[in-house]
Structure formats: C-alpha cells, structure tokens
Design a binder for this molecule. Sequence first.
Ligand code: CA
Length: 752
Amino acid sequence: MAYLKKTIFTAASGAALLLTLSSCSDAENASGLISSPEALVDAISAARPGDVLTLANGTYTDLEIVFTGEGSADAPITLTAQDKGKVILSGYSSLSLSGDYLKVSGLVFKDGQTPGKAVISYRTSKDDLAYNSRVTETVIENYNPPLRSEVDSWVLMYGKNNRFDHNYLAGKRNTGVTVAVRMNTEESRENNHRIDHNYFGPRQILGSNGGETLRIGTSHYSRSDSKTIVENNYFDRADGELEIISSKSGLNILRNNTFYKSRGTLTMRHGNNTTVEGNVFFGENADHTGGIRVINAGQTVTGNYMEGLKGTRFGGALVVMNGVPNGPINRYDPVEKARIENNSIINSDNIQLGAGSDEERSAPPSNSTFSGNLIYNEDGRDTFTVYDDMSGLSFSDNIIGESTDQKLKTGFTKKPVALNRANNGLLYPQGADYGVPRDLKVTQKAETGPDWYPKSEPFVAFGSGKTRAVSPGRNTIFDAVNAAEPGDVIALAAGDYTVSRMLEINKPLSFTGGGAANLVFERSALFQIEDGGSLKISGLNISGREAPDNAGNSVIRTSPYSMMENYRLEIESCNFEALDINHSFNVISAAKSTFADNIEIKNSTFKDVSGYGLMLDQEADDYGIYNAEYLTIENSKFENIGKALVTYYRGGTDESTFGPHFRLTGSTLTNIGFDKRNKTGAALLLHGVQVTDITETTISSSKPVIINHTVGEPKTNITGNVFVATPDVQVTELNSVFENTAVIKNNESRAK
Ligand code: CA
C-alpha cells in the first residue's frame, strides 16, 4: 500500500511548491519569521553577513531550499527553525547550499524522499560549492523513495572547510551511501571537512552493494588527499553492507567514533596516510560485526578498541589485506609503512593478515609494524589467520592471552590476562599497559545528534502490544487485523475460521491459535505482508482446500510492489495441508524488491504442497541482490512438496553482502521435488547462499540437495543427515578457481 499511497501523494502535490502551515499568523510574519517559499527566496537573496533567517514552525511540503550567500567568519548567515525540530520538511524537500560561511540548523526531513541526488548538498550547481559552511542539529529520518533499487544519498559534501555535526540520520532503506564526501573537482579536494557528533542510527541490511553509511572520495580520485576528519560520531546498528565507512582518499582522520553492534567494517579502501585512532567497536557478539580493514600505504591504526566482533573474512575485527603490485587505481594497493599499535582486540573472532592473497593480490604488507597490541580471547582460541609471508610486518611487544594454538610467536608475549572493565566501559589488563590507553574517552550515544530529537528503535517486537481475542467465524480475523496496532497479538479461539478477504499485514502482528484454530481462505493468499509489516503465526492449522482453483496461490506472500522496510516472518507450531488445489501453490512467496531480515520456521508440518515451500528466487538479475538474509527451519516435517522445499537465489559476483544464510536442522523431508514444473530439479536449491548449515535432517525419496557456490568463501556445512533413496548432495563452484569448500561429512545414505 505504501507504494500506492506515495504515488497518489506525488500526483496531488507535484504541481507546485505547496506550503502547509500548521501554526502561522500575520503577527509572526511581522516578527520576521519566514513562512512561504517566496519569502524564503527573498530573504536569502537579501541576506547580509550576520543575518539569521528563521523558518516559521510548520510542515513544508516539496520545499527545495537553495541557500546561497556570503557570510564571514565572524558573521555567518544562518538559516534556522523558529523552534528546533518544529520545522518539518516533507514530500520532495531538500537543502542545497553554496557560498561562504553559511550555517543551517534545526530542520527535520521526514515523510518524504530526496528529489534528486541528495537531501542535503553542499553545492547548488556543479560550479557553485559551499565553503566554511555548517549543517548542524538537522534530522533526516526514513526519507526514502518507493523503490529499494533507486539510488540516492542523504548528504553530499562538496567544497572545502565544511562541517556536518550533531545531526541525526536513520532509516535509509534504498541503495546509495548515506553520507558521501565528493572530490570530483579540484575545489573539493584537500577539503578539511569535519564530520562530528552525528548519530548514524540504524540502517537495515540492504541485501546488495551500495549500503555504506559514510564514504570519503571515490576510486577515481583516490590518490588525492581529502583531509576529512570524522570524529565523535555514534554508529548504531549501521548494518547496510560490508563497509560501514569506506575511506577512498588520503590523509583522512577517523577518530573516537563508536560503532555499536554494526555489521561491516571501517575500511581504508583507497588513499594513503589515513589515521584511524581511538575508535571503539562493540560487536555485542552479533553476526558480521567487524572492525578495521587496512589497505594502501602509510596508514596508522592506533589505540582502537574492538570487543565481541564476530565478523569473518574481510569483515573481521582487524584485516590487513594483500595488494596488487602496481595495480590499476580501482584495485587493492599493497599495505606499506602501516603502524598498527596499541589496539585492544578482545573476544573477537578474526584477525586476518594478508587477506585476499591470490595470484593478483600477491603483495603482502611491507615496512609495517604491529606492536603494543592486546589480543585476548576468553576461550583461548587464536584469532589470527595468516595468508601470506608476514616478514614485512614487524611484530613486537604484543600481549596475547593464553592462546592454545598460537600461530604467530615472535613479538607476542603469551600470558594469562585478567581483564577489568574500567569506568569508560572498556576492558583493561590488570597491571600492564597494553592495548588502548587508559584515558580513552568513549563517545556516548547521548553526545551525538541533536539533543531535542529522541532516538527511536528501528522496529516493534512481536508480542509487544495488546492481545485481541477473536472468535471463530467468517472474516472475524479481518476486522481484528484492521483494528490492531503494531506489536499486537491476535488470539484466535479454538474453532473454524473462513477468511474470504486477504489479510494485509502492514505492521508487526502475531497470530496465536493454540493448535486448535483451523483456517481456510478464499483468495489467492491468506496473508500478504505489506511495506512496514512483519508476521508471526503460531498454533494455526491452515488448509488450502477453499483457495481458488487457479495456479499460483500462496499461504503467505509479500507485496508485489517494492517494500522499503525489511520484514520478519516467523512460523511456529503450525500445520499446513491441502495446498494442492491447483499447480504452483506455494507456502511462502517472496516478490522481487522485497527483503526479509529473518524467516524462521519451527515445529511445524507441511503436507501436500503443489508448489514451493519457500520461493526466494525472484532477484534473478545477478546483481548480487536476494530476497532474505536469514532462513532457518527447525524440527519441521515436509511431505509431498511438488517443487523444491526451498529455492533461494543470490546471483552475481559482487562481494558486498553478508548473506544469504540458510539453516535446516532436525527436520524430515519426504517426497520432495517431483512435480514436472519443478525447474530447479532439486529438493533444495541454494544458489549463492553464503552460509549453509544442514544438520540432523532426514531426506527421503526426494530430488537432491543442489548447492551452487558463486562468490566469496561460502561456508557450507552438511553433517549428521540421513539420505534415503535420495541422490547425493551436489555442490558446484561456479566462479571460484579454488577447491570446493563444502564440509559434507557424517551423513548416512541408504537405498530405503
Ligand atoms: Ca560497497
């Protein structure tokens, strides 16, 4: 529905600049408040150094502010809000600025989308850039176009000596870096920008490349210096993709930023002589949380703190890459003269040295030092993986805890370390000065963003709302769904339910049936998850016997339009049957341009399904895009599924994403995949899935499990299963020159 709503909204408001004011009187105008686009244009053109232009409180729709002027260091020209936070810019509103010594504060961009390449741009045309200018205490929240694949940024910095500080940015859901420092003309290089005290709030997993939170430069100008300072920012669950920050230019300083539970890493992708100092990474043991990735020459990585980081491979706690000798500008330059000192890496999974070593990336680090670092894992496991000759990285004076399988010996003192948590929230070894300095000041969430804007949570949990009791009957559920609030639980009493109108789920809702609620439905789907929706069902018995006698029904499907918000789907203790009134009846169908954070099926049974169990293969363009991040199936039973139980597809060779992930355990599959329309030829088709675990499962009289490894180093683990009258698992490496990396062991195979 969001797609339709936005379309209608655009048609109604696109004709002209519309201004809706909720609180504005002539008296206020007389007092100097600006309340119309015309008045704003006039005020800007008349502004002199030291002037303050004040927008009246209210909601402005489709207001494109072009702020130009020449202030001075002592007397900037200021554009601000009557009350900070009460000037709302919505629809296709934007801000661009050029000139000298301009300052903007107090604006809130929400309920809209960027009209062009950016919401806030530090230039008004290709040649008119901003200098010595500042955007502060401004909010951009959930300001997205209706298509996930549409590319834009929220903030583009051009010019020189500009500052972006104390701003709040959360909920970017489409492709494109959130904040970018551009260096495309001479006037924007060696820019000395400062990006500080911003709150980079939750950015959902994009499920493709282009989900960086901050990028400084691009590969084209990567051998130029940017001299951008990024400090005291808070990155809160900035999960978009593999790179949280991508530094692609030289002489940047990234210091004292806090990264909380954010997937991905701070990457020095291009450019030399950058300093990364005093940053704090709290992974909270969340999947794919990473630290710092070092590439290129002259990088300094000192006094950084990493704790509880689970990232692997290029996404580890500390990754020093191999480079391409004399390579082209867009490849990995070798690491030279790096200083990696006094960092603390605690209870984190991976430190990778010489990562990416292959025929092309053949140059290991040289003339570099690794000293004074504290490396400690409670479980004694060695975190290092060494991929190449490390004689160019000189190790000295490091402390490593009581590692049981220590690979690097020279330059590491192995001794037991007792860690205490200090007042700054960080762990320090007792009685020894290794790792980060004792006086490291950790940037707190509360110090970032505008202090007048509350930091909201990204989603509503299942079951956090009210419980609404529903009695058996015809369409009784429909009314309850319409009345429900996000987080509510719809509790179905025992009995029979007929659903003749499709249930459109546009908020997080749970349904419970205690195992005695029996549902039939008369439309082509029982549930349709719409943008903003998430669904949990438990204890329901669902039959397809009253569904239309047409091909292509589903019990649960996603909106056919692009969904901007990632959704969650959980099925627990439910029974599904008679999904075979016609062919291609799926249990779950995901549409293109929709993305699940998580799909979970537990303790459920599925019998007589003519289509797929889960159809997650609609991103067929091979752009590295896919339909779901995690799919987990536990302790469930599947019998007579015509097509595959799961078809899960991530095509292409891009390496910017974490998933997809697939886990199947404790389940039984019988007679899966024999429908003549099953074009996968498989009981399970996993194409480009990055992490696969199939364990403790019995697969009988079924088509084979087919796994295609496409890119990266997929982790496939198939152990402890029983295959009865079912062909062997087929794993194919489609692009890799390396050996098949799948672990297939301790499985039993028998004829019957
Ligand atoms: Ca990227």
